[in-house]
Design a protein around this ligand. Structure first.
Ligand SMILES: CC(=O)N[C@H]1[C@@H](OP(=O)(O)OP(=O)(O)OC[C@H]2O[C@@H](n3ccc(=O)[nH]c3=O)[C@H](O)[C@@H]2O)O[C@H](CO)[C@@H](O)[C@@H]1O[C@H](C)C(=O)N[C@@H](C)C(=O)N[C@H](CCC(=O)N[C@@H](CCC[C@@H](N)C(=O)O)C(=O)O)C(=O)O
Ligand SMILES: Nc1ncnc2c1ncn2[C@@H]1O[C@H](COP(=O)(O)OP(=O)(O)OP(=O)(O)O)[C@@H](O)[C@H]1O
Ligand SMILES: C[C@@H](N)C(=O)N[C@H](C)C(=O)O
Length: 427
C-alpha cells in the first residue's frame, strides 16, 4: 500500500496506537518491535479490541482485510508522519539540547498555546517513535506545533528533521550528556547541531541563549536568529531570587519586569527567557506570556518541590548527567538552610568518561558543607567515596532516609532515570 493510500485510512481513523494495553476503539494500530515484545504478535488482539486497522511487517496467520502488511512498520509510521506534516503550512518549533528540553518545551507550549491552537509533544515522547506519534497528533485546526527531539547519537536529529521539517528551532544547550553515544562533548555539539544544520539549509529561524559562546558558533550561517540572554538579546533577564522558586527579573524585551515561577532552580533561567522570547517573536500578548509561565507547575520529577512534614524535598530525579548534576548541586548550595542532605544516584550513558565524571562530582561536592551526602549506585560504586555514604540503590536510600527521621531538612534527590531515585521519597 502506498503512503498516500495509508494516509486516506489515517484521515478516517486519525488516532494511532502502538500498544494494545492502551488501545482505544478505532485506533490505527502499528505493530512495532522492541526489546521485550514483537508488536506483530498483538495485531489480531488489537483488531479484536477495536482497532480500525493493523499495520504489520510480518505475515499474520489470518485472512483479515484490516491487516496492512508493510516492509517495516516503524518506518511506515515515520513516513506517514512526514506525509501528514507536509499538509501543514504553520510554524513547527523543534526543541533539542542536552538539558532542559522538556521544561523548555512545556514553557514554550504554555506560552504559545495561550494564544494559538497548538499541538505539542506529550511528556517526553521525543524519539524515533515519539516524534512521529506527536506529528500525527497534530489536528487540522493547528496554528502551531512544538516538537521535542531527544537524541543519544549522531545523525538522529538530522533524521527527525527530515520528517518533522521544523521551521523554527531551539538548542537549549549542548553539555555533558549521552557522551557515550555522541562521542564526547564535541560530538554532542555536532549531533545537537544537526537541528541548526537543517534550519541553515531551509532558511529557518533559530532561538539561542546568548550567554553560551558555543551557540554563537553553532548558529553561524542561519539568517534568522533570535537571541535571549542575561546581557544581550531581544529578551534579557536574570535571576532575581531562587529560594527555592525561581523569580526572574526581565531587563529588556517584554512589557513586564518580573516572572515568578513555580520551578525550583536557577538553571531554569534560560528555559524561561527562551519561552518569553518565543512568545514575543510570535506576538503573544505580554500578560499571556507572564501568566502562562507563572502558572506552569512541574509534576514530572523535574525541578519539583515537595513538602513532607517539616522537610522540603527537591525532586529532580527524572534524569542526570554531569551538566545537570552540577547545575542542581550549585543551585542547592545557594539555598539558605541549616540542614542539607543530598541523595545522588549514578549518571548513565557517559561511556569512558563516566568514572572521571563521577569523581569530578565528588570534587564539586567537597566545595560545600552538607549535613549528609549519600551516593547511590551506578559508577559511584567504582570510585573513592571520600567519607560520603554509599548505598546500592534507591530502595536502600529510602530505608536510610526512614532511619534518619529528618526534621526541618532540605533534601535534594537526583539521579539518572534508571536509578529511579524518586522511590527514595517514600520515607
Ligand atoms: C516500542 C515501544 O513503544 N515500547 C514501549 C513499550 O515497551 P515494552 O517494554 O512493553 O515492549 P516493547 O518495546 O518490546 O514492545 C514492542 C511493541 O509491542 C507492543 N506491545 C507490547 C505488549 C503488549 O501487551 N501489547 C503491545 O502492543 C509495545 O507497545 C510496543 O509497541 O511500553 C513501555 C511502557 O509503556 C514504553 O516505555 C515503551 O516505549 C519505548 C521506550 C519508546 O521508545 N517510546 C517512545 C514513544 C518514546 O518517545 N519514549 C520516551 C523516551 C524517549 C527517550 O528515551 N529519549 C531520550 C533520547 C532518545 C534516544 C533514542 N535514540 C532512543 O533510543 O530512544 C532522551 O534522552 O530524552 C518516553 O517513554 O518517555
Ligand atoms: N537550562 C538548563 N541547564 C542545565 N540543566 C538544566 C536546564 N534545564 C533543566 N536542567 C536540568 O535537567 C533536568 C531535566 O530537565 P528536562 O527534563 O527539562 O530536560 P530534558 O533535556 O528534557 O531531559 P530528558 O530528555 O531526559 O527529559 C532538570 O531537572 C534539571 O536538573
Ligand atoms: C531517560 C532518558 N531521557 C535520559 O535522560 N537518560 C539519561 C541517561 C538519564 O536517565 O539520566
Amino acid at each position: 500500500m502506498t503512503i498516500a493510500a495509508l494516509y486516506e485510512i489515517f484521515r478516517q481513523h486519525p488516532s494511532i496506537a502502538t500498544d494494545t494495553r492502551k488501545l482505544k476503539k478505532g485506533d490505527l494500530f502499528f505493530a512495532l518491535k522492541g526489546p521485550n515484545f514483537n508488536g506483530n504478535q498483538f495485531a489480531l488482539q488489537a483488531l479484536e479490541a477495536g482497532a480500525s486497522y493493523a499495520v504489520v511487517d510480518e505475515d499474520i496467520d489470518a485472512n483479515d482485510e484490516r491487516i496492512i502488511k508493510t516492509e517495516d512498520a516503524l518506518s511506515t509510521l515515520q513516513q506517514l508522519a512526514k506525509y501528514h506534516r507536509e499538509r501543514f503550512n504553520i510554524p513547527f518549533i523543534a526543541i533539542t539540547g542536552s538539558n532542559g528540553k522538556t521544561t523548555t518545551k512545556e514553557l514554550v507550549d504554555a506560552v504559545v498555546s495561550s494564544h494559538y491552537t497548538t499541538y505539542t509533544t506529550q511528556g517526553n515522547l521525543n524519539n524515533h517513535i515519539g516524534i512521529p506519534l506527536t506529528l500525527l497528533s497534530v489536528k487540522d485546526d493547528a496554528q502551531m506545533a512544538v516538537i521535542e527531539m531527544g537524541a543519544n547519537h549522531q545523525k538522529e536529529i538530522a533524521g527527525y528533521c527530515e520528517y518533522a521539517k521544523p521551521t523554527h528551532g531551539i538548542i537549549t544547550n549542548a553539555g555533558k550528556a549521552h557522551l557515550e553515544g555522541f562521542g564526547g562533548i564535541e560530538g554532542v555539539r555536532k549531533g545537537k547541531g544537526e537541528l541548526f544544520d537543517y534550519l541553515r539549509s531551509t532558511n529557518g529561524t533559530a532561538f539561542a541563549y546568548d550567554d553560551y559562546n558555543y551557540l554563537h558558533e553553532m548558529v553561524k550561517g542561519i539568517s534568522s536568529v533570535t537571541w535571549y540572554g542575561t546581557r544581550n538579546g531581544t529578551v534579557t533577564g536574570d535571576v532575581k531570587t531562587s529560594e527555592p522558586f525561581l523569580s526572574v527579573a526581565i531587563t529588556k524585551g517584554a512589557g513586564f519586569d518580573e516572572i515568578n515561577t513555580q520551578l525550583v532552580g536557577a538553571y531554569n533561567l534560560p528555559n524561561i527567557l527562551c519561552a518569553t522570547a518565543v512568545g514575543k517573536y510570535f506576538g503573544v500578548p505580554d500578560e499571556k506570556i507572564k501568566q502562562s509561565i507563572e502558572q506552569y507547575t512541574p509534576s514530572n520529577s523535574r525541578s519539583q518541590l515537595i513538602e513532607k512534614d517539616s522537610n522540603k524535598i527537591i525532586l529532580d530525579a527524572y534524569n542526570a548527567n554531569p551538566t545537570s548534576m552540577k547545575a542542581a548541586i550549585e543551585n542547592f548550595a545557594q539555598l539558605h538552610a541549616d540542614k542539607k542532605v543530598l541523595l545522588l544516584g549514578g549518571m548513565m550513558e557517559l561511556g569512558e568518561e563516566s568514572v572521571k565524571e563521577h569523581e569530578a562530582l565528588i570534587g564539586l561536592l567537597k566545595q560545600y558543607k552538607w549535613e549528609n551526602v549519600v551516593l547511590v549506585g551506578g559508577d559511584f560504586s567504582k570510585i573513592n567515596h571520600d567519607g560520603y555514604i554509599y548505598l546500592n540503590n534507591a530502595d536502600e536510600a529510602r530505608n536510610w532516609l526512614q532511619q534518619q527521621q529528618l526534621q526541618r531538612a532540605y533534601v535534594l534527590i537526583k539521579g539518572s532515570r534508571s536509578m529511579q531515585m524518586e522511590k527514595a521519597i517514600a520515607f
